[in-house]
Ligand binder design. Structure first.
Ligand code: PLP
Length: 426
């Protein structure tokens, strides 16, 4: 018997046509294992791509492919213009401000993703600014990519890492954060939204307190940009990073926003073509920002398709997407609570998109495997947040993470699957 997706019984937000949003994603139209309609709830790992993004990517390779910044010929100039136009679009997308009379988009650096953006800041700003006696403040809920680069640079420079603890709800302990701030704190690096728990951190307050103490703030926006309207000027962040593939764009591309005056003072990241002003064996001078940080042929096609993803998401109305996902998360939280012996991990008052849980003694991997056979894609494990799992004294969780195209029927299928897990594992 062929399973079909039930129609939505009731819309969550009359203003938001989730069926139409979903129809834009070809990958979501498939059945797995012959007859199980795909229920994709692994969006914190990566999102599916709308047709507009796929078309932009193939359109570029079909008609427009050329290297950027180097050619006088038509295709190269066209590719360069498209590549640079996305910078302006991304600056607008995150509300980057003008700086010192220079346009906002000069503070947008293309990277491979959030991970590379953080490594870039650690290897350039960190190496130049940190020294023995300095401290870098991280939260207990950071993704490994906002821990390991700082560990490495602290080992090298003699600076020390200090930790902001979390409560059992998965919220930062703000008083502990304020206590740990001192004149030794050079950087506070925090995630905007936790990928493992969904907690939305009070970034504006964190930035205000950090700045009062004279520290800079790096915000990991990998899980916020796809789900919340983000305004880096309002947040006040000095650095802000995110990944294209988690916001309906391609893999291998991300953005580092940095304040102009910090980027100007930072040494280059990698050496090579495109990041120089002039090269001689005696003395090499570097290009202005942002090109100083973009050595070699960049990921041109993905930059251009990232622009299409940002345009697509903006068109859906980011506040509307937020409202839809928030209502759906509330529905999902209520529904999974119906299941015996469920333990929600992460019950912060402000959350986005993520539902992490354990089902009695069932190993998350077993639960994930049963769900998979029903076409329900979730993630299991530590979610690259082992220090956070340690806080909860667990090896990992089952994580269902929502996106703009999910609806109540997806949640209902998840709950049906969890009931089956319960029956199978007692
Ligand atoms: N930070 C957070 C909060 C994440 O969720 C992730 C990915 O899951 C990353 C950083 C790393 O992103 P990427 O692998 O795209 O570099």
């Amino acid at each position: 018997m062929e399973a079909t997706r039930p129609k939505q019984e009731a819309v969550l937000d009359a203003d938001y046509d989730v069926e139409a949003v979903r129809a834009a994603f070809p990958a979501l139209q498939q059945d797995l294992y012959d007859d199980q309609p795909l229920v994709y709830l692994d969006n914190a790992a990566t999102t599916q791509k709308p047709q507009a993004v796929i078309d932009r990517l193939t359109g570029y390779y079909t008609r427009e492919n050329a290297n950027v910044h180097r050619g006088v010929h038509f295709l190269s100039q066209q590719a360069s213009d498209a590549y640079e136009a996305v910078r302006e679009r991304m600056a607008d997308f995150i509300g980057a401000p003008e700086a010192g009379g220079r346009p906002a988009h000069e503070q947008i650096v293309y990277t491979r993703g959030t991970t590379e953006a953080i490594n870039l800041v650690a290897a350039t700003w960190g190496r130049a600014e940190l020294q023995e006696g300095d401290e870098v403040l991280l939260s207990q809920m950071e993704h490994h990519s906002n821990i390991v680069p700082w560990q490495r640079i602290c080992e090298e420079t003699g600076a020390q890492i200090k930790i902001i603890p979390v409560t059992d709800r998965g919220e930062l302990v703000f008083e502990a954060f304020e206590k740990r701030l001192s004149e030794r704190t050079k950087l506070v690096a925090v995630t905007h939204v936790s990928n493992a728990l969904g907690t939305i951190n009070p970034v504006e307050e964190i930035v205000r307190a950090a700045h009062e103490a004279g520290a800079k703030v790096l915000v990991d926006g990998a899980q916020s940009v796809p789900h919340l309207p983000v305004d880096v000027e309002a947040l006040g962040a000095d650095f802000f990073c995110f990944s294209g593939h988690k916001m309906y764009g391609p893999t291998g591309i991300g953005v580092l926003y940095g304040r102009r005056r910090l980027l100007d003072a930072m040494p280059p990241y990698q050496g090579g073509g495109d990041m120089i002003d002039e090269v001689s064996f005696e003395d090499t001078t570097y290009a202005e920002v942002p090109h100083k940080f973009e050595a070699g042929t960049p990921n041109i096609s993905s930059v251009i398709a990232l622009g299409a993803a940002a345009a697509w998401l903006k068109e859906q109305g980011r506040p509307r997407v937020r409202r839809h996902e928030k209502a759906l998360l509330e529905y999902a939280t209520e529904r999974v609570r119906e299941i015996d012996d469920i333990r929600l991990v992460g019950t912060a008052r402000e959350k986005a998109s993520v539902l992490s849980f354990l089902l009695g003694d069932v190993h998350p991997y077993d639960a994930g495997t049963v769900l998979d056979r029903m076409g329900v894609a979730v993630r299991t494990g530590h979610h690259c947040a082992q220090p956070l799992m340690e806080h909860f004294s667990i090896p990992g969780t089952v994580r269902a993470s929502l996106a703009c195209y999910n609806d109540r029927s997806d949640v209902d299928r998840l709950v049906e699957g969890l009931r089956k897990v319960r029956r199978m594992f007692g």
